[in-house]
Design a protein around this ligand. Structure first.
Ligand code: ADP
Length: 269
């Protein structure tokens, strides 16, 4: 799969011969390469809004100084660019926080139906603005999962935001137990939007991977949403499944191990 990289050590030995040894550094180099690429991407992503803002500042100081119309238009664009940078920085911080938390198992017990209902409530205005409707189909009998509320809310929001951003007019959000195997809660977010061609599916959760960078940026995406989702799901010992038919829509399913036991308060009351 990965390229093998060897570090070659050549050392003279006391009897006059030379000792050659090989050290496999593929793993280290690979990690270093990924890190360098990530930093370069961040630089690139931050530079474009900054360049735009610097350009408008120049214009506002010069040609457009006494033109109130141009001034308000340019300030509007600058505000948008600043908001884009702010989203990017916010997502970078979330990603680093999520990665930092990955070794600690989540401590709380979380009712997924509440999380989903809350996330949808928060996003209804965004959906309405985009002309999308959201249908909820939540099985209230799904037991809670071991999890961190804020992180799982983040997962739900990112998936629903994507469903809206990538053209879903009817978005379905489901919560059900898996019908076979270990007890597993399944959250599904289904849309009837643009869909994703199969060759992109394996790379979708990579940082800054976008199917159509222009469209994604225009929709306000940072390219980090699914990377964040992937890390949170893996911290919760879950799985993320992505299915899509281009032109018909996509379904993102998050499977999380469910606690067999009903929560304490439900037992008592
Ligand atoms: P972005 O901020 O660009 O939305 P994400 O990590 O959330 O970044 O998603 C990565 C890419 O996956 C998107 O740019 C888009 O091409 C694709 N994608 C994600 N969700 C959907 C969806 N529901 N329908 C179609 N494409 C999607």
């Amino acid at each position: 799969e990965r390229d093998l990289l060897w570090k070659v050590h050549v050392r003279p030995v006391s009897d006059g011969s030379i000792l050659v040894s090989f050290e496999d550094i593929s793993g280290v180099e690979q990690a270093e390469l990924v890190r360098r690429e990530f930093v370069a991407n961040i630089g690139h992503e931050l530079r474009s809004p900054l360049t735009a803002m610097l350009g408008f500042i120049e214009t506002l100081r010069g040609a457009a100084r006494n033109d109130p119309d141009a001034r308000s238009r340019f300030l509007g664009i600058m505000a948008q660019e600043a908001a884009r940078m702010s989203r990017l920085v916010g997502d970078l911080l979330s990603l680093s926080e999520v990665e930092g938390s990955e070794r600690r198992p989540p401590a709380g017990q979380v009712a997924l139906d509440e999380i989903l209902a809350g996330a949808v409530e928060a996003l209804r205005p965004v959906a309405e603005e985009a002309g999308s409707t959201i249908d909820l189909d939540l099985d209230r009998a799904v037991p809670p999962v071991n999890g961190e509320r804020d992180q799982l809310t983040r997962v739900a929001r990112n998936l629903v935001e994507n469903a809206i951003k990538y053209g879903g007019k009817r978005i379905g959000i489901g919560l059900h137990m898996a019908t076979q195997g270990a007890p597993e809660a399944r959250i599904s977010v289904t849309d009837d939007g643009a869909g994703i061609a199969p060759e992109h599916l394996p790379r979708l959760t990579e940082r800054f991977y976008r199917v159509d960078a222009h469209r994604a940026r225009g929709a306000g995406g940072t390219g980090l949403g699914l990377a964040i989702v992937k890390h949170i799901v893996s911290r919760h010992r879950g799985r993320l499944l992505i299915e899509s038919v281009p032109g018909q829509g996509s379904r993102f399913t998050v499977c999380l191990p469910a606690l067999r036991e009903a929560p304490l308060d439900a037992k008592n009351g």
